[in-house]
Each structure stands twice: as structure tokens, then as C-alpha cells.
Design a protein around this ligand. Structure first.
Ligand SMILES: [Zn+2]
Ligand SMILES: [Zn+2]
Length: 323
């Protein structure tokens, strides 16, 4: 593997300001870390929330990006997800819930991520990637896919599933849900007929605006969009004992709603981060189905354009940055 002394990267220096192209010294792996050549890095809505200051920054400047497909110095292909490090001995880590680790560090926020030619990552948190998927097609699986899959698990055996917000995560989870024999109802921004057609092409049996009610009541709903008003909207569509799962790291305030919408043992819950077990389980299922990703490729220096296009919903599926 050829080493360079400096690499191209995109950094966030100040929140609410555009990412900047920079040249940085090549990262040096510390103890237990791998030096990784980045081949592709998926753009996640969390990157946009970080840039737009909807979630706090912990380190600035930072190289964003936590859906990294890379190769090691000895030629292994790995994925680097959002969960970059845990302490391994808090009460959450000790009970199989490392996603809630009190000292967790996250890739692309607390640790420099994949909007760069090279990166380093703790080997214990790198996920082996299945063969048969290109680098660009594998990248979206690493956050939207596997955190979406964790959200899907929290819906139990719900037969009629609503997906609110049909972007990166939903376009993969729709395929998993259909493969599992569930009926999918896709909700997009009102009037977004292009995305509704995209959802139907991936197996959704119904697609409409998020201001509409589905033709049948839902057993569960996953909200991938960051609009809090979708919570009472989803509750209105929910059968008794159903669950609304909020899958994002950020959501605007949830408006007040009548208790009647929650009554009937309906539940609301969130999903936070991922465990390595989630990652390995989802990647195996994604390869088995196989999940087909829809990607729009941006060169590294166009990362800010990728975030802008994500904000306005210009592409279907996932944006992927290639260095
Ligand atoms: Zn811990
Ligand atoms: Zn993410």
C-alpha cells in the first residue's frame, strides 16, 4: 500500500458553515487502531444535523462521515460505523447494550471520520463486509441500514409497517420488511410523487404523503424523518398495542396531542446508536436478501453539495462520497 505524507479531506471547522477542503497530515494509527484507505463514505442525516448544529459538536475541526468502506494495510475490506469506541465496563456495556455506553465515542463526531482519503479506526469496532457488494453500494448499509434494522427489530412481528420519511434508511429497511413478509406503507413529504413511486418500486404496497392516513391501520411505524409532528400523525394510524419507533438522533419538538392517541397500550420509543451485534446481524441479512442500494456519488470536494442536496431531498436513496 502506497503511503502519502498528506491527504485530502473535508472538515467541519464551525457548525452552520460549509465544510472546507483541506490537506491534512496522514492519520497515524494508535494502539489497536487500523490505518484505512477510504474507498467510499456514505452521507448520513446525522452529518447534516452536526453541520447544521442540530446536534452538539464535541470536536472541531472534525472530519465527518461514519459509513466508511475501507481497506486495511493487509488488504481486508471493512466497514467503519458510527459506534467507534466504548469503555467496555459501564453497566450498559456489561449488559449487551454498548449502544448506550456512557463514554461511547462516535465516528465522524468524536473521532475523525471518512470524508477523507485515509482514516484510522479501532479494529474492534470495524465490521467485516460481505463480498458481492461494491464499495459504493455497501456504504449506505453502515448506518442507515443497520440503525434502521435496529428500529425494525423494535417493531416485533408487526405485519403492517409504516415508514415515515423515505430516504436512505427507509429505502433499505423497506426491502428487509418486504423480504420478511410484512406489508409496507411509505409516507413522504406531501406531494413528493417521485419518492412515492420510488417506495412502490421497492415493494411498498402503498405510498402517500405524511399528512395522509393509510388505507389500513398500522401495527407499527418507524419515523426516519426529523419532524416531531410526525409522532402524533403516526399514532393516529396505529392499532392498539402498536409502537412508534423514532429512529433519528435528532427530532424537532413533538407537539402536544390528546392522550386518546396513545391510549390502547400504544407505545413510543427511540433508537440510539448501534451495537456491533446489530451490525453483523444486519450485514448478513442484507447480503442474503440482497438489499439493493440506490446511491448518488459525489467527489470528496463536493461533500457540502451532498449535504445541501440531502437537506432539500434532491436524490433518492443515499449520497456516497468517494475520495
Ligand atoms: Zn460502556
Ligand atoms: Zn448515521
Amino acid at each position: 500500500m502506497q503511503h502519502h505524507s498528506h491527504m485530502r479531506a473535508m472538515v467541519l471547522e464551525h457548525q452552520r458553515q460549509p465544510l472546507k477542503p483541506v490537506t491534512l497530515p496522514d492519520p497515524q494509527p494508535g494502539p489497536g487502531q487500523l490505518l484505512l484507505k477510504v474507498h467510499a463514505c456514505g452521507v448520513c442525516r446525522t452529518d447534516l444535523h452536526l453541520r447544521d448544529a442540530e446536534i452538539p459538536a464535541t470536536k472541531l475541526p472534525v472530519v465527518p462521515g461514519h459509513q466508511i468502506v475501507a481497506t486495511t494495510e493487509d488488504g481486508r475490506r471493512v466497514g467503519v460505523p458510527w459506534l467507534g469506541w466504548t469503555d467496555g465496563d459501564c453497566k450498559y456495556c456489561a449488559s449487551g447494550r454498548e449502544n448506550l455506553c456512557v463514554q461511547a465515542r462516535f465516528t465522524g463526531r468524536d473521532i475523525d471520520g471518512g470524508y477523507a482519503e485515509w482514516t484510522v479506526a479501532d479494529e474492534r469496532y470495524c465490521l467485516p463486509l460481505p463480498e458481492g457488494l461494491s464499495d459504493q453500494d455497501a456504504a449506505p448499509l453502515l448506518c442507515g441500514g443497520l440503525i434502521g434494522y435496529r428500529a425494525l427489530r423494535f417493531t416485533g412481528d408487526a405485519a403492517r409497517l409504516g415508514l415515515y420519511g423515505f430516504g436512505s434508511a427507509a429505502h433499505m429497511i423497506c426491502q428487509v420488511a418486504v423480504f420478511q413478509g410484512r406489508e409496507v406503507f411509505a409516507f413522504t413529504r406531501p406531494g413528493d410523487e417521485r419518492t412515492q413511486a420510488f417506495a412502490r418500486s421497492l415493494g411498498a404496497s402503498w405510498a402517500g404523503g405524511s399528512d395522509e392516513l393509510p388505507p389500513e391501520q398500522l401495527d407499527a411505524a418507524i419515523i426516519f424523518a426529523s419532524a416531531g409532528e410526525l409522532v402524533p400523525q403516526a399514532l393516529k394510524a396505529l392499532e392498539p398495542d402498536g409502537v412508534v419507533v423514532c429512529a433519528g438522533i435528532y427530532m424537532s419538538d413533538i407537539p402536544s396531542f390528546p392522550y386518546e392517541l396513545l391510549y390502547g397500550e400504544r407505545k413510543i420509543r427511540s433508537v440510539a446508536n448501534l451495537t456491533r451485534a446489530d451490525g453483523n446481524e444486519f450485514l448478513a441479512i442484507a447480503a442474503q436478501i440482497p438489499v439493493k442500494t440506490t446511491v448518488t456519488v459525489y467527489e470528496l470536494e463536493r461533500a457540502e453539495a451532498a449535504l445541501a442536496d440531502l437537506r432539500t431531498g434532491r436524490f433518492e436513496g443515499t449520497a456516497v462520497i468517494v475520495p
